[in-house]
Design a protein. Structure first.
Length: 265
């Protein structure tokens, strides 16, 4: 910050004196009494004044901003358990940063349970709940730049346990290969167990591959997601896998032909 002792330039028609720190950083135009200051740094922030003899002078404030950078959200814990206290800290570099938080693209709904620090740097969940799950974004900005950082918060689980088959079709021929996938919203990641007709299979993991499937393997398949942190589990809806016995295919074809012929009568 400059004060009256911080001289930049002194000019009169017979001489020009430039303060040493500004020797290569300024240009002065006497006809318009204008000063150009180059290679600005944060040290150049302050009030600038000019004294013109005998007409007076003037003053102006110069604000300089450093671009926002290094924006990141740090959670107080990686294991977010329902009912525990959790803080999200929005870190950033740059001058005069202002912070704005959003959840799933909308403004935050603050409450006794969800609060922000006075400078909006720290978001605190007094006792985190499942409805607090979602994507949180911290937007950091100043007059010359803005950067945001997202973080996903998932509380406990497992929830939304579901499974799918690939290829997905109503019937499968014997000898087909089928890949079953199971997923769940869980923190930490869920462990998966597989069942067919209610009987537990030895297989585990999010994928179950049925190679060269046989008629005897038909049935209702389901998967169970387990959270090792909360010791809770959730079963997916069952998925029916219907396998056509290859020996019955000719009979089935004849039956379809007979139905077609009957319909044409």
């Amino acid at each position: 910050t400059f004060n009256v002792t911080d001289f930049i330039i002194s000019y009169n028609p017979s001489s020009t004196d430039i303060f040493p720190a500004y020797q290569d950083r300024i240009s002065y135009v006497s006809s318009t009494v204008s000063l150009e200051l180059r290679d600005l740094t944060l040290k150049d922030v302050g009030e600038y004044s000019v004294n013109v003899v005998p007409n007076g002078g003037g003053r102006i404030n110069l604000d300089i901003y450093e671009k926002i950078s290094g924006v990141s959200i740090k959670a107080s814990t990686e294991q977010i358990i329902e009912g525990s206290s959790v803080t999200l800290t929005c870190e950033a570099s740059g001058s005069s940063p202002s912070r704005t938080w959003k959840k799933d693209g909308s403004d935050l709904n603050l409450s006794e349970n969800v609060t922000l620090s006075e400078d909006n740097t720290v978001l605190t969940f007094k006792a985190v709940k499942k409805e607090n799950s979602g994507e949180y974004v911290c937007l950091v900005s100043n007059p010359i730049s803005s950067i945001s950082d997202p973080v996903n918060i998932l509380v406990n689980g497992p929830e939304n346990t579901k499974m799918s088959a690939s290829p997905s079709q109503e019937f499968y021929e014997e000898g087909s290969d089928i890949s079953l996938s199971c997923s769940a919203d869980s923190r930490p990641s869920a462990q998966f167990t597989w069942f067919v007709n209610g009987t537990k299979l030895p297989d585990s993991g999010p994928e179950l591959t049925l190679r060269n499937i046989q008629f005897s393997q038909r049935g209702d398949y389901s998967c169970q997601a387990f959270n090792s942190r909360t010791l809770t589990s959730e079963m997916s809806p069952s998925l029916s896998i219907s396998v056509l016995h290859t020996k019955t295919l000719p009979v089935l074809s004849l039956f379809i032909l007979w139905l077609t012929a009957k319909s044409a009568e």
